[in-house]
Structures are given as C-alpha cells and as structure tokens.
Design a binder for this molecule. Structure first.
Ligand code: PGA
Length: 248
C-alpha cells in the first residue's frame, strides 16, 4: 500500500500583519518539526511573497484561493501563475468560507481546481457538510457530490490533498470526534476506490479540518484514514507546532 506522508496545512485566513506573521514564522522556522510531515502555510494573497521569502524552505506556502484563468480583466482576483511567481506551490480551493460566505459554486470550484493543476500548482481541495445536512443524514451525499465535481477536474491526483472540513466544526470549537472524522474519511477513500482507482484511494491524503488544537490532534491523528489536518485558528499560535508533530 502506498505510503501517505502526514500533511499539516495552516490556514491563516484573513489574519495577521507583517509584524505578527514575522513572529509566527520565526517560531516555525526554529521549531523541531517531524521530518515525515509535510507542512504548508496558507497566507493571505498580499503576504504570499513575504511568507515565501521568510519561511524556511522545508515549509510550503499556499494561497487561500485563486481564479480559473491565467490573467485578464478580473479586478481583485489572483491567478495560479501569480501564486507561482511568488514562489508558492499550493492553493486551497473550495474552502467552506469561499463556498458559503462568497457563494462559490461546485462548478466554479471545479474550474479553479482544473486550472490550478494545469498551472502546476498543488491543490488542497476542501469539502464538508453543513450542520443541517449532517442532522438530515445527508453528509455522505453532500461530500460525495462535492468530491465528484473536484474529481472530474483533477488531471493529476499526485498534486491533490483532499480536506474534509465539516462546516459545523470550522471556527466553532466543536471538533468532529475521532470516530466521526474516521467514518467520513474511510467513506471518502472508498468513494475514491470505486470512482477513481485503487492507486488514488491508497495514496491521496485525506486531511481533517475544523477546530483542530494541540489538545485534540493526537487522537484524531491516530485514526487510520486521517492523513493530516487543515488548521485555522490554531495555526496562528505556537501550538501549531504540536499539531504538526501529532504523529511524531
Ligand atoms: P479552524 O479552521 O481550525 O479555525 O476551525 C479550519 C479551517 O477553516 O480550515
């Protein structure tokens, strides 16, 4: 079976300034980080260049969004080409805040995934159900449909990490239990096995996001199908290092 290196992404969202990010970056640069864990920090687009220049090269940099074409009259947007030009290697797409605060459709997210991969960026593709969907028992249906659209647009699964982030757990302090996370991750892997291939099912990292902290990361990380985390609030604090080292 393929070896899946643990993957921990930090999503700084729209937080920080040069002063606070410099402090965070120097904490990360000097920390002892588990060498089998891939670490990527998602910086606000205006700080991508700054983050890439300051962060140690063992830590990757991600944009938090991008548009679906290389350039043109799209005021306020950024392209994968620009992200790459700043030296960043990753982009987070389909985050619940993009879906639900900014109204991005599955279709647009799919187009962004396709264009980012064509542009040789790696993609952290996010999916997850809302509270009312979980309560209505439609979690699987929702995450399969979101994964389907992503999957139709993936040209190279080697450059994709799938982030399961239940919307009700994001920024709420309400983490999915290790069993709840494992259950969905296992089902997503089975979906990949049936709809893509054995090889992709075995090799794609499925990471969990939603109120991950230093306190809950080890138990979550011990689940078979939890291959890492996407961390919001705690990625801005020194405890992010403990989360990176959850499998150490
Ligand atoms: P949170 O955010 O860790 O603050 O819940 C996770 C995310 O939105 O990726």
């Amino acid at each position: 079976m393929a070896q899946r290196n643990f993957f921990v992404g930090g999503n700084w969202k729209m937080n920080g300034n040069k002063e606070s990010l410099e402090e965070l970056i120097s904490t990360l640069n000097t920390a002892s980080l588990h060498d089998q864990t891939e670490v990527v920090c998602g910086a606000p687009s205006i700080y991508l260049d700054f983050a890439r220049c300051m962060l140690d090269l063992r830590i990757g940099v991600a944009a938090q969004n991008c548009y679906n074409v290389a350039k043109g009259a799209f005021t306020g947007e950024i392209s994968p080409a620009m992200i790459k030009d700043c030296g960043a290697e990753w982009v987070i797409l389909g985050h619940s805040e993009r879906r639900h605060v900014f109204g991005e459709s599955d279709e647009l997210i799919g187009q962004k995934v396709a264009h980012a991969l064509e542009s040789d960026l790696s993609v952290i593709a996010c999916i997850g159900e809302k509270l009312e969907e979980r309560e209505a028992g439609t979690t699987e249906e929702v995450v399969y449909a979101q994964t389907q659209v992503i999957s139709e647009n993936v040209s190279d699964w080697g450059k994709v990490v799938l982030a399961y982030e239940p919307v009700w757990a994001i920024g709420t302090g309400k983490t999915a239990s290790p069993e709840q996370a494992q259950e969905v991750h296992e089902k997503l892997r089975a979906w990949l096995r049936s709809n893509v291939s054995d090889d992709v099912a075995d090799s794609v990292r499925i990471i969990y996001g939603g109120s991950v902290t230093a306190g809950n990361c080890r138990e979550l990380a011990s689940q078979n199908d939890v291959d890492g985390f996407l961390v919001g609030g705690a990625s801005l604090k020194p405890e992010f290092i403990e989360i990176i080292n959850a499998r150490a």
